[in-house]
Design a protein around this ligand. Structure first.
Ligand SMILES: Nc1nc2c(ncn2[C@@H]2O[C@H](COP(=O)(O)OP(=O)(O)O)[C@@H](O)[C@H]2O)c(=O)[nH]1
Ligand SMILES: [Mg+2]
Length: 303
């Protein structure tokens, strides 16, 4: 786009001998706010009709200068800088003006057409596994409101339980129940159905171990109740990024979070282990949130 595409052609200019009253009358008749004061080929000032009433003469430094054939961007830069108005020239003739009103008109059109919409990339998918009732849904529900800067969505590949419909609009974020989301060929479609989201919390089918298939997820999280940790095969954890041990509030007396963490780390040193009681209190959730953000942020802003 050239300056000539956005400017208002045939600018009205004031000559040096015009009085403030004459300028004000002209500006009002022409429904304009700016009247460059031109002496020969030189801009010597700018008459500005203020919203408060009086028409005032301000410095010529407030008048930008571009050639009508230059890229429109140059006029935009000047207007977003400290120029009140930009005069477009063809050789020694002022042939048009560009004002912020012209910029607004262009922006309005662009926005009406959807240009400049925040571009949404493929969202990150955090996939949760774990046995039935291990606390996956509860963890997801406690996590979402903590991630205020992200638009998140939830996909449930589990059959909704009786209480589930109440949870549908989890924290105002979109939720989709679709058992077929468990399939690699279907998940992208279900994700698309969430609309523009940054992060998808995908609760896979209930199962007490970690599946080895990959559905294109970015992070794999295994959720296990403290009471079930003893029955786990630590070898399962080599394929996940994090293990969340849930229901600490009702853990068996002998349960020791530090020991459980060590047991898992001995087999899978890179796995993060968190302990939470998401239905009961906030313990462990700050650490879980910090880790999740640290994993997701760089990936969200990578392109
Ligand atoms: N006491 C306690 N109960 C929990 C906790 N997390 C989940 N629950 C309960 O365990 C049941 C199953 O939780 P849910 O999150 O739906 O498990 P999911 O099947 O893995 O999604 C629900 O009744 C929850 O209220 C927790 O940290 N402590
Ligand atoms: Mg669930």
């Amino acid at each position: 786009m050239r300056v000539s595409d956005v400017m208002t052609r045939v600018p009205l200019t004031a000559s040096p001998d015009a009085t403030a009253e004459e300028v004000a009358a002209l500006a009002e008749a022409a429904h304009i706010h700016h009247l460059p004061l031109v002496d020969g080929q030189e801009v010597v000032g700018l008459w500005l009709a203020t919203d408060e009433g009086p028409t005032v003469l301000i410095s010529a430094e407030k008048v930008g200068r571009v050639d009508a054939s230059e890229p429109a961007q140059k006029a935009v830069d000047q207007l977003l800088g400290d120029q009140e108005i930009v005069l477009a020239w063809e050789g020694s003739e002022p042939v048009g003006v560009v004002t912020r009103t012209d910029l607004k008109r262009v922006l309005d059109t662009a926005m009406a057409r959807g240009y400049g919409e925040r571009h949404h990339h493929t969202p990150l998918v955090v996939r949760f596994f774990g046995g039935a009732s291990s606390g996956k849904t509860t963890l997801i529900m406690r996590t979402i409101p903590r991630l205020r800067h992200w638009q998140s969505g939830v996909i449930e590949a589990c059959r909704p339980t009786d209480q589930e419909p109440d949870r549908r609009q989890r924290e105002g974020q979109p939720v989709v129940f679709d058992e077929r989301a468990h399939y690699r060929s279907v998940l992208p479609q279900v994700i698309g159905g969430l609309g523009p989201v940054d992060v998808v919390f995908f609760e896979d089918r209930d199962r007490p171990d970690v599946p080895h298939d990959e559905l294109g997820e970015s992070l794999r999280v295994f959720v296990v109740a403290a009471g079930d940790v003893a029955g786990l095969d630590p070898g399962d954890f080599v394929d996940v990024e994090a293990v969340v041990i849930s229901k600490l509030d009702v853990a068996p007396d002998h349960f020791d979070l530090a020991a459980a963490r060590e047991m898992i780390k001995a087999v899978a040193p890179r796995v993060e282990v968190f302990g939470v009681a998401a239905a009961a209190d906030q313990r462990g959730l700050d650490e879980w949130q910090a880790w999740l953000e640290k994993q997701c942020l760089p990936r969200l802003h990578n392109d």
